[in-house]
Design a protein around this ligand. Structure first.
Ligand code: KG4
Ligand code: ZN
Length: 348
């Protein structure tokens, strides 16, 4: 049995968890910075990094307490090394290094996107491989062929905005808070008329996505003026929210289902913050030709349990915490570059 203490600080959640054998989360503590960033309507990187510094140790202590685990019970420490905000990543990775060094434990750097995918291993059923993974978050929209743990081939992704980013931007147009996904989705459910249709970018002939046109179409439909507010005679906000959510969920689910059939995978895995969206969950389950796995909503949005789940799959990536180790803020277009940090994650 391997117990991994995992830390995640890539964006705006400070998270800690203890995970056993990559399959069972003994604890998962998430300190959200949402309120802090609601004031600015988005994440200010420097503000996020400072808040991670304040929140991290209490979060780690809580994760150990919830897991009824002492430092001596741990076998390794893991942290997200990228992609993410540089200043935010540095806080979590260095804290993990410090803990690993002090306790004489190996340190495992983890890829955030692979973490999202591995949240699907924390449920009761284990996904069969090969699988197709649709990762939809605030920063990423990726369609990945997962041949095995650590062996991914990137089939496609967004050419502009990430799906979650589009949710956040349209929510902002509607005067909803940050992050915009949950309030926009709640508003959509209150739509009485369900006839408004916003465009869908199918990106035919590719496995790519595009959401910036949809965002512009939403702004048009609302006839947003120079003051950034919708016109008075615009469609009701709930209808617009419904039409937007419908368009995003339609494209994501239809393309994922089609690619899953074409690639003859054994399962379709959905992950990332937008995977918490009820309409997307429903449509994917309805359309997929193969078994569908989607983590519970709290494991879709950023958390550390998923980082512990991914770390378990990469014992070969364990490093000496005394050795220099850098963050990897950007995923190259071909995918992850954690190879630079010693991990065996390869995309494309
Ligand atoms: O995975 P995540 O927590 O952070 C990133 O790695 O980016 O994803 C956050 C994104 C935000 O854009 C948020 O608006 C979106 O996920 N999101 C949702 C829902 N819950 C979170 N989008 C649509 N419906 C939801 N229920
Ligand atoms: Zn994420």
């Amino acid at each position: 049995m391997r117990r991994i203490l995992a830390i995640e600080t890539s964006c705006d959640e400070t998270a800690g968890a203890v995970v056993v054998d990559g399959r069972r989360a003994l604890s998962s503590v998430v300190a959200s910075q949402d309120e802090l960033h609601a004031e600015t309507g988005g994440v200010v990187p420097e503000v996020a990094a400072r808040q991670h510094l304040r929140a991290l140790l209490p979060v780690v202590r809580q994760a150990l307490r919830d897991a009824e685990c002492g430092w001596q019970d741990l076998d390794a420490v893991a942290a997200t090394a990228g992609p993410g905000l540089p200043g935010a990543l540095v806080v979590g990775l260095n804290a993990a290094r410090g803990i690993a060094y002090a306790r004489g434990l190996p340190l495992i750097p983890v890829d955030h996107i692979e973490g999202h995918v591995c949240a699907n291993w924390l449920g009761e059923r284990e996904p069969p491989l090969p699988a197709l993974a649709l990762v939809v978050s605030g920063g990423h929209t990726e369609l990945l062929l997962m041949e095995d743990h650590g062996r991914f081939r990137r089939l496609g992704g967004t050419r502009d905005d990430a799906a979650g980013e589009a949710f956040d931007k349209v929510a902002r147009l509607l005067g909803l808070g940050y992050p915009g996904g949950p309030p926009l989705s709640a508003l959509a459910r209150r739509a009485s008329e369900r006839t408004l249709r916003l465009p869908r970018a199918w990106m035919r002939g590719s496995d790519d996505f595009s959401f910036s046109g949809l965002k512009t179409a939403a702004a048009h439909a609302l006839r947003v003026g120079g003051d950034g507010r919708p016109a008075r005679d615009a469609p009701p906000p709930a209808e617009l929210a419904w039409a937007f959510e419908e368009s995003v969920a339609d494209v994501l689910s239809k393309k994922a289902a089609r690619v899953a059939a074409r690639e003859q995978v054994r399962a379709l895995l959905v992950a990332g913050g937008v995977a918490a969206n009820p309409r997307l969950r429903e449509l994917v389950r309805e359309r997929s030709p193969v078994d569908v796995f989607i983590p519970p909503p709290e494991l879709c949005t950023d958390n550390a349990a998923m980082i512990g789940a991914a770390a378990f799959r990469h014992p070969e990536a364990a490093t000496d915490p005394a050795a220099p180790l850098d963050i990897v803020p950007t995923a190259s277009r071909g995918g992850l570059r954690l190879a630079a940090a010693g991990a065996a994650v390869r995309y494309g």
